[in-house]
Write a protein that binds this ligand. Structure first.
Ligand SMILES: Nc1ncnc2c1ncn2[C@@H]1O[C@H](COP(=O)(O)OP(=O)(O)OP(=O)(O)O)[C@@H](O)[C@H]1O
Ligand SMILES: [Mg+2]
Length: 332
């Protein structure tokens, strides 16, 4: 594996709610190799966004808190940085894009003004004219047609796909080392989705940056990512190179997600397979294997009561080896 740009070690993140503290990310560890794309996949509520907001320190305040662990980025622990230092890291070194571009774009400012401000904020010495030409160059890079004219337009004058491109331009204008894209294409129709994914992939190669791509869609992971972590109920259940995870999924949850992918030979007008049941609520997490209540395999009671051990299975492939299938692993 190449040198990591980000190392997350035993991250625990929670929220203080009226009903007490809930833990949304519970002991998550992973690394992002330099210049590679790591996918984070899992159903809704598994803790993907909370992991991203922990890294960027954008957790909702005052309720969201990092309760433990470390997030090392270029030999600094982001968890202990002051808000001021963290602001410099965000936008300069680490950028984030979201599902809904309007959350990041200002509706009452022109695209040009917003892009220029992003440049000037992080590179105060730069001439405004230079910032403007950088903005134009960036709009061209993300393949916005009639870019010069767009500089004077407002976000509402653009289509959803174009707005997403502007947000990507804004996130990349200071050439970050790490881009975190949280469901960047979920709100878009399929053709635009494919174009945006291709754009992220091209920009990643062009700028040599590292990317964390968050999605609930394994199809997207297969298209764009080098490695993937599979999250379930606030924990990582499996991690590995994408080709390996698709060829040899080990955890029953990963297997379930792969089985649910739509297939071309699926008979028309018949229901697509689903994983029965739901992600457990944060207040009622099983102590042991969190997937056990939905798992098709037979398991004993202690699988529910004890956290299952992590097992490395070669080729950077690792899995939370629940007793219900661990025997098969040692046999293979
Ligand atoms: N502000 C908050 N207060 C309390 N709980 C929260 C808050 N934000 C998120 N959570 C809880 O944390 C858990 C993880 O949420 P998260 O948003 O990370 O899920 P996700 O994997 O990104 O899901 P999705 O695919 O729907 O975006 C969920 O159970 C969610 O209800
Ligand atoms: Mg999310």
């Amino acid at each position: 594996m190449s040198e990591p740009i980000l190392q997350v070690e035993n991250l625990v993140t929670g929220f203080d709610t009226d009903a007490g503290r809930v833990v949304a990310v519970d002991g998550v560890s992973f690394t992002v190799p330099k210049g590679k794309t790591l996918g984070i996949v899992g159903e809704s509520g598994c803790g993907k966004s909370v992991t991203a907001f922990s890294i960027t320190r954008l957790l909702p305040q005052p309720h969201g808190k990092i309760l433990g662990g470390s997030i090392r980025f270029e030999n600094r622990d982001l968890v202990t940085l002051s808000p001021e230092e963290m602001r410099k890291v965000r936008g300069n070194d680490i950028s984030m894009i979201f599902q809904e571009p309007m959350t990041a774009l200002n509706p009452v400012q022109t695209i040009g003004k917003q892009l220029c401000e992003a440049v000037l904020l992080h590179q105060p010495g730069i001439e405004p004219r230079e910032a403007l030409s950088r903005s134009l160059e960036m709009l061209n890079k993300v393949r916005i047609p009639a870019a010069e004219q767009r500089l004077n337009e407002y976000p509402h004058q653009l289509s959803g796909g174009m707005r997403q491109r502007v947000m990507i331009a804004m996130a990349l204008i200071n050439t970050p080392k790490l881009l975190i894209a949280d469901e960047p294409t979920t709100a878009l129709d399929v053709t635009v989705q494919a174009q945006i994914l291709e754009l992220i992939r091209d920009m990643q190669q062009d700028l040599g940056m590292s990317v964390i791509l968050i999605t609930h869609d394994l199809g997207v992971i297969a298209e764009v990512c080098d490695e993937v972590i599979v999250m379930y109920a606030g924990r990582i259940v499996e991690r590995g190179p994408v080709s390996e995870i698709f060829a040899k999924p080990l955890h029953p949850y990963t297997q379930g997600l792969i089985q649910c992918l739509p297939k071309l030979d699926h008979p028309p007008k018949t229901p697509l397979p689903v994983i029965p049941g739901m992600v457990p609520s944060l207040a009622e997490m099983p102590k042991g294997c969190r997937f056990a209540p939905r798992c098709p395999n037979k398991h004993s009671d202690d699988v529910l009561s004890q956290r299952q051990p992590w097992k490395e299975c070669g080729h950077d492939h690792g899995v939370e080896a629940c007793a219900c299938f661990a025997q098969q692993l040692s046999a293979s």
